[in-house]
Design a protein around this ligand. Structure first.
Ligand code: GLN
Length: 306
């Protein structure tokens, strides 16, 4: 672990030299964050966690939440129902593509892009005394190993300006991928995106996937092994959107990014790694985060094809 700290330090000093990228201004509240922040963390499947940099800074999960709600829907509604509405193919398009649904079935291509994630949100149901947004917050709190909260300002900011996601949701309604609860499904989707966490929380979520669905600190099983494998597989083929081929080729681990500058990778059977740095590229990936996770994977020899 002390070797890992040295590697973190070296990667951080190199990453800080990268100054390209922009804040995700299309969600107005995300334009207010300090662009200089950088944090990296890893949690092993034994539950040991190590972090470096701004590891107390909070950020919203944004699209890094998508694999976890996908897994939740698999657990709750079953594979057959989930995939009767959502495919398992990379779309080759940006995360917010509005035109791309599968030709014959009109399903979203996969649960890692906005259309698929909104469809997933529509499948998560209220339970007695526990409305679905609370159930989703509980899920993420269990994954992180501590109580998390929604960032209300980011939630409201996205809700107010989400014309594109709203258009996607109406298209999904038109093709009967989702029902009449369009606004409710969008709200739940914006809420999962607005969950506040730090880089250690995200590493713990990633480590749960590395550990076959069992949270390494609490030892609580959150996903079945089968569903965990499904989540990681789709992260590998679709998690980095239209740059997933380059990612797979150069990094070689399943990963997921979010426009807040959060990014995480899963090294099955070994560890979860996470990075946060807000300046993103045109695909919506943190530039420093991509560099950091690529370097870490390389330096630890963790490419899964190696
Ligand atoms: N909430 C964001 C959106 O729907 C998430 C996108 C992302 O992180 N790539 O636009």
């Amino acid at each position: 672990m002390s070797e890992l700290k040295n590697i973190f330090e070296r990667i951080c000093s190199q990453a800080l030299k990268i100054n390209d990228g922009t804040l995700a201004r299309y969600i107005p509240e995300l334009a207010n964050v300090n662009p200089e922040q950088f944090a990296i963390a890893a949690m092993t499947v034994e539950g040991e966690c190590i972090s470096y940099g701004d590891d107390k800074s909070l950020f919203t999960l944004q699209s890094t939440s998508k694999p976890f709600t996908y897994g939740f829907a698999l657990e709750e509604r079953g594979e057959e129902l989930v995939h009767s509405k959502i495919g398992v193919e990379p779309s080759g398009e940006a995360f917010d593509s509005i035109i791309e649904l599968e030709k014959k079935t009109h399903r979203p291509f996969n649960p890692m892009i906005n259309s698929g994630a909104i469809a997933i949100a529509s499948m998560i149901q209220d339970k007695a005394n526990n409305v679905r947004e609370e159930r989703v917050l509980n899920l993420f709190s269990e994954l992180a190993g501590r109580q998390l909260d929604f960032n209300r300002d980011v939630f409201l900011s996205e809700k107010k300006t989400a014309h594109r996601n709203r258009a996607i949701a109406h298209l999904l309604r038109h093709f009967e991928v989702i029902g009449d609860d369009i606004e409710e499904s969008l709200d739940l989707y914006f809420k999962q995106c607005s969950i506040n966490s730090n880089v250690k929380d995200l590493a713990a979520m990633a480590a749960t996937l590395a550990n076959n669905g069992v949270q390494p600190s609490s030892k609580k099983r959150i996903y079945t092994e089968e569903n965990t494998t499904r989540m990681i597989s789709l992260m590998f083929s679709c998690g980095m959107y239209d740059s997933v081929g380059t990612w797979a080729y150069t990094v070689g681990i399943p990963a997921k990014s979010g426009v807040s500058g959060a990014i995480f990778g899963v090294v099955p059977g070994k560890m979860g790694i996470a990075c946060f740095s807000p300046l993103i590229d045109s695909h919506g990936h943190s530039l420093k985060g991509v560099y950091a996770i690529r370097e870490l994977t390389k330096q630890l020899g963790m490419n899964i094809f190696k």
